[in-house]
Design a protein around this ligand. Structure first.
Ligand SMILES: Cc1cc2nc3c(=O)[nH]c(=O)nc-3n(C[C@H](O)[C@H](O)[C@H](O)COP(=O)(O)O)c2cc1C
Length: 151
């Protein structure tokens, strides 16, 4: 799978205290346009899994080329997230946190799921989109980050 180049997203949810929670994910893809449904695979060992199971809601934030530090930060376990990474959130519809400065935000509601092995595949309908069209995406390939030149 490391030979498949992807963009990088940060999945935003809310924790048991209602505070924003986030994790890096690249299993995101489109399922269909009518209705607008996307797919995400979440490992059962993540905190995000419990929060998505409870609320049925999550945000997909597509990272901009300048957000490698954010992608690397949210790929760590929460107890290991140290360092000087500047992250701020706004609130989308349904209370889903949106990650400020990302390229695209999609507010999603789970419409189907399938458990396989140690992951659950979620299908979710996109209820809200916020775009920053001037951005260029961050990429991930063979465990390394890539930053395409601006157009
Ligand atoms: C580029 C990249 C992509 C990742 N994609 C996923 C993914 O699609 N699903 C997943 O469950 N974890 C994925 N991870 C791992 C999670 O980011 C990692 O387990 C994180 O610590 C989970 O955070 P949480 O326990 O706070 O939810 C990815 C990590 C990296 C570096």
């Amino acid at each position: 799978m490391g030979n498949f180049a992807t963009g990088v997203t940060v999945i935003t949810t809310t924790d048991d205290q209602g505070q924003p929670h986030a994790m890096t994910a690249n299993s995101f893809t489109s399922v269909c346009l009518e209705p607008p449904v996307i797919l995400l695979c979440v490992a059962h060992g993540t905190h995000t899994y419990g929060f998505v199971e409870r609320s049925g809601l999550f945000g997909v934030n597509i990272l901009d080329r300048d957000q490698e530090d954010v992608g690397a930060y949210f790929a760590k376990r929460p107890e290991d997230r140290t360092g000087d990474v500047s992250v701020s959130y706004s609130e989308g519809h349904n209370g889903i946190p949106t990650l400020d400065n990302s390229m695209v935000f999609m507010g999603c509601q789970v419409v189907g799921s399938h458990v396989y092995g140690d992951h659950t595949v979620y299908m979710a309908e996109v209820k809200e989109i916020r775009e920053n069209n001037s951005s260029v995406p961050l990429l991930f390939f063979r465990s390394r980050w890539y930053h395409p030149a601006p157009e």
